[in-house]
Design a protein around this ligand. Structure first.
Ligand SMILES: Nc1ncnc2c1ncn2[C@@H]1O[C@H](COP(=O)(O)OP(=O)(O)OP(=O)(O)O)[C@@H](O)[C@H]1O
Ligand SMILES: [Mg+2]
Length: 418
C-alpha cells in the first residue's frame, strides 16, 4: 500500500504545549473537532515517564501516575521549554540508549500521532499544522528559529512529514471566530504553561472564509512567561525556605541558592538527580545551622521527589485561585506535620511582577495594532483562569468584556482551521 492511500483529506492541528497537548482534525468539509488521546480524554499532559524496571515509556496521565505512585524511573515534563536552548541536544539514557531531548520530543509527538490515527480509523490527514508560541525565546531571533527547526525535525522523526506552523494565539482566534455573528476586533490572550501570547485580530463571519488572513492580523506579541513560571515563583517563595532557601548558616551567610531555583523549575529538576549534582547538594550541609532543613532537601533529591513538590505547588496555586481561599501544600510525605500555605494574597504579591510583565505585553500588542481598545478580550490557555491575571487585565482594559474560550482545546481546534 502506498503511503498516500493511508492519508485522509483534511487537516490535523497539533497543539504541543508546555504542560498539556491536544490534537484536532478538520475534514475537507465541516468543522474541526478535538480527537480523543488518552482514555478518551481530548487533552493529555506533555509528560513522559521512563520506567527503569520495565524498560518502558509511559505518556501523559499514565506517566504522571507512574511517577506519583513511586515507580522506579524518570519523569520528563516541560520539554517545550528546552526548545531554543543548548540543553536540547544533550544526551540522556532512555531504555538503554543515549538519546537527545529533541528525540524525546519526537517520541512524544509520535505518541500523539498514534492516538490521532486511532481516532481516525488508522489514517492521518495529508496536512499537519503545529502550533508555536509568538516567541520560543524572547529577544533572540536566531535561537527562536532554531527552536522551530528543532520542533519541525522532531515532527518529521515522529512520522508527521513536513509540518506547517501557525502562531498559537492566531489559532485560538480562528477557533473563537466560529462562534461570532458580526465583525469584532479581539485581543486574543493565550496564557499557557510556558508562554503568554497575544494577537489583535479582526474576526467575523465575513472574514472567516477568506483564504489569506494576513490583513486581519493587526498585531502579535508574546513573552516567555506562563504557569510554570508562576509555579516556580510560588515554590521559591513559599516552599523552598522549608528546605533552606534564605536560611542563614553558621558562618552568617545564606545557603547558596541555585539548587532551590533549579528544584523549582519544571524542566531543570531532573538534572539535580545526577551524581555530581547530588554530591554538590550533600556538600551544602556545612552551610546550614539547622540540619533538619538540609535533611529535607536531600530527601527530596535522593528520592527524586522534585516533580511531586512542583505538582503540589501547582495544585495549591490552582486551588487558591479557584476558591479565593488559602490552599495547603501538603508535605506530609516529606516530614510528618509539614505543610505550606498559598493564599490569594500570595498570588498577588509573589506573582505581581510576572503578571505586570504579561499585562504590559498585552498593552503593547494593542498599541502596535493601532486600535484604541479591542471590542473583546478572548481568554484561552490554562493560566488565563488565574483570577489575579484576569484582575490585572481588567485594570489595563477596564471597559473591555472578557470572554472565556475552551482553555485547553481551543488552540488545537483553531490549528486545524489554519
Ligand atoms: N484553574 C487554573 N488556574 C490557574 N492556572 C491554571 C488553572 N488550570 C490550569 N492552570 C495552569 O495552566 C497551565 C497549563 O495551561 P495550558 O495547558 O494552556 O498550557 P500549555 O498549552 O501546555 O502551555 P504553552 O501554551 O505555554 O506551551 C499550567 O501551568 C497550569 O498550572
Ligand atoms: Mg498552549
Amino acid at each position: 500500500m502506498s503511503p498516500d492511500s493511508l492519508t485522509l483529506p483534511g487537516t490535523l492541528g497539533i497543539d504541543f504545549g508546555t504542560s498539556n497537548s491536544a490534537v484536532a482534525f478538520r475534514p475537507a468539509v465541516g468543522p474541526s473537532r478535538l480527537l480523543p488521546l488518552e482514555n478518551g480524554a481530548t487533552g493529555m499532559p506533555t509528560a513522559l515517564f521512563f520506567n527503569a524496571e520495565e524498560h518502558r515509556t509511559h505518556y501523559g496521565r499514565d506517566a504522571m501516575q507512574q511517577y506519583l505512585v513511586g515507580e522506579p524511573g524518570r519523569l520528563m515534563r516541560s520539554l517545550k521549554s528546552l526548545l531554543g536552548s543548548a540543553l536540547l541536544q544533550e544526551k540522556t539514557a532512555v531504555e538503554d540508549k543515549l538519546v537527545s531531548y529533541q528525540d524525546i520530543i519526537a517520541m512524544f509527538l509520535r505518541q500523539l500521532a498514534q492516538h490521532a490515527r486511532q481516532g481516525l480509523d488508522g489514517r492521518l490527514p495529508e496536512r499537519v499544522v503545529l502550533g508555536r508560541p509568538v516567541h520560543f525565546v524572547d529577544d533572540h531571533p536566531e535561537r527562536d528559529r532554531d527552536a522551530q527547526n528543532a520542533l519541525a525535525a522532531a515532527a518529521k522523526d515522529a512520522g508527521l512529514g513536513d509540518v506547517h506552523f501557525q502562531l498559537e494565539p492566531i489559532a485560538a482566534a480562528l477557533d473563537y471566530e466560529q462562534r461570532l455573528q458580526c465583525e469584532t476586533i479581539a485581543l486574543v490572550v493565550d496564557i499557557g504553561g510556558g508562554t503568554s501570547d497575544f494577537t489583535v485580530v479582526r474576526l467575523g463571519p465575513a472574514q472567516a472564509g477568506r483564504e489569506d488572513r494576513t490583513g486581519d492580523i493587526l498585531a502579535t506579541g508574546g513573552v516567555h512567561i506562563g504557569g510554570t513560571d508562576f509555579d516556580h515563583r510560588l515554590n521559591v517563595d513559599k516552599v523552598m525556605p522549608l528546605l533552606g532557601y534564605r536560611h542563614i548558616g553558621p558562618q552568617g551567610r545564606e545557603v547558596p541558592s541555585s539548587v532551590f531555583f533549579d528544584l523549582s523549575t519544571w524542566h531543570l529538576i531532573q538534572w539535580l538527580y545526577a551524581p555530581k549534582a547530588l554530591a554538590a547538594a550533600r556538600d551544602l550541609r556545612t552551610n546550614y545551622a539547622d540540619l533538619q532543613l538540609h535533611q529535607r532537601l536531600m530527601r527530596v533529591l535522593e528520592e527524586r521527589e522534585g516533580h511531586r513538590l512542583a505538582d503540589a505547588v501547582e495544585q495549591a496555586k490552582i486551588g487558591a485561585s479557584a476558591s479565593g481561599a488559602s490552599a495547603l501544600v501538603n508535605l506530609q510525605w516529606l516530614e510528618a506535620g509539614l505543610s505550606a500555605q498559598i493564599t490569594p494574597d500570595d498570588l498577588q504579591t509573589s506573582l505581581g511582577a510576572l503578571l505586570a510583565q504579561v499585562v504590559a505585553c498585552a498593552q503593547s500588542c494593542v498599541r502596535n495594532a493601532g486600535v484604541p481598545i479591542p471590542d473583546v478580550i478572548y481568554l484561552t490557555g490554562g493560566s488565563s483562569a488565574l483570577t489575579a491575571l484576569r484582575a490585572a487585565l481588567r485594570g489595563a482594559f477596564p471597559d473591555t468584556e472578557q470572554v472565556e474560550g475552551d482553555l485547553f482545546g481551543g488552540v488545537a481546534t483553531g490549528l486545524a482551521y489554519a
